[in-house]
Design a binder for this molecule. Structure first.
Ligand code: UDP
Ligand code: MG
Length: 346
């Protein structure tokens, strides 16, 4: 077996002398963050010995983020903006970014700097050693409440219990993927894009790097608890049909308990001559069963709703415009010239 570590770059099989790294950055109303973002990301990229591009996906911002990015693009080669026609949500924005990224390796990064860009060189190094996916696992989560940490922990465990796809614990969307992994991901056509699940579904050789998640420097999180509960439900029902089975099981248990209880009442009446009493217990049982029935219908509804949305075959997002600097194109041209030179030299 050839030793992957002997070759400096093995995962790259593009036509150029150096691989292209794409950063995909979904953002929604992150205007206060953007100057800091570029201040921290661009120096890291400049130090890398590869071509790079930053694909920012503006997920319907209305706070001047778009204009700020336009100005940055005017003076920074290699930065591109994919502006969606409205807010489609982070999952759709990431899909848009991945579809527009041209890189041989692609890193998904939040605009709020909670995913430290200083980790990028380590991720690239890992990829160059031959893995397709470099997963970033949170060692700690600064600036998040104990309840959020606890609920996130519980959710990941529950998700992994219910689905056959193993979704790694404490990983977010921050990760590097090879071109092969991204192509595989984009081949998944579903409209309900629960990205953490889709990322895990494709499998492929993976390496985990641990990092300390930082606080949000400015702005505020776009996920309130109802949105998080929605995402959790989405995750559970996108990747497993176990909840349907739970509904059946709970129904079975409740029905058995009801039967045993009924039998017990009959026996008690026959043997002890005890007239059946108990209006309160009747009410309790009826509301308990009613609750279970409603919950089960709700679970079934989740799946019916998903099937309905899938059946409409709507696109995951709509692009309003793509803005790219002239120099960005020139950078691509440089890549081609280098390629020509490279071919000549061979
Ligand atoms: N985001 C997005 N569309 C949305 C919500 C969020 O593109 O509808 C972006 C947001 O701008 C940020 C990233 O997704 O870059 C993560 O969002 P946030 O920081 O609010 O989530 P958290 O880190 O709290 O999970
Ligand atoms: Mg964040």
């Amino acid at each position: 077996m050839n030793n992957r570590f002997e070759k400096p770059i093995v995962s790259f099989d593009g036509p150029f002398d150096k691989p292209l790294l794409s950063l995909v950055v979904p953002l929604f109303n992150e205007r206060p963050m953007l100057p800091l973002f570029f201040d921290r990301v661009l120096p890291v990229l400049a130090k890398l010995d590869l071509y790079w591009e930053v694909v920012l996906v503006d997920d319907g911002s209305s706070d001047g983020s778009t204009q700020y990015i336009r100005d940055v693009i005017a003076r920074t080669p290699g930065v591109r903006l994919v502006k969606l026609s409205r807010n489609f949500g982070k999952e759709a924005a990431m899909t848009a970014g991945l579809e527009h990224a041209k890189g041989d390796a692609i890193i998904v990064l939040d605009a709020d700097l909670q995913d430290p860009p200083e980790q990028i060189p380590a991720m690239v190094e890992c990829w160059q050693s031959g893995v397709d996916v470099v997963l970033m696992q949170r060692r700690s989560r600064a600036g998040e409440t104990a309840f959020k940490r606890w609920s996130a922990h519980l959710f990941y465990r529950l998700l992994n219990r219910t689905s056959r796809t193993n979704i790694p614990v404490d990983t977010g969307d921050f990760r590097l993927m090879s071109r092969k992994a991204v192509d595989a991901l984009l081949a998944l056509q579903e409209r309900n894009r629960y990205m953490k699940g889709l990322f895990a579904w494709i499998g492929m050789p993976t390496q985990v790097i641990q990092y300390d998640r930082e606080c949000r420097v400015a702005g505020e999180t776009k996920w309130d608890y109802p949105a998080l509960v929605g995402l959790a439900l989405e995750g559970l029902t996108s990747f497993s049909v176990s909840p349907l089975r739970w509904a059946t099981m709970i129904g079975l248990i409740a029905a058995s308990m009801g039967a045993i209880f009924g039998l017990w009442i009959v026996v008690k009446a026959l043997m002890l001559g005890d007239a059946t009493s108990g209006y309160p217990s009747l009410v309790a049982i009826i509301s308990f069963l009613g609750g279970i029935q409603l919950m089960s219908i709700g679970i079934v509804g989740e799946y019916v709703g998903k099937t309905y949305i899938e059946s409409k075959q709507r696109p995951v997002y709509l692009t309003d415009e793509v803005i790219e600097s002239q120099d960005g194109a020139r950078q691509q041209a440089t890549r081609k010239t280098t390629e020509a030179r490279h071919v000549k030299a061979v």
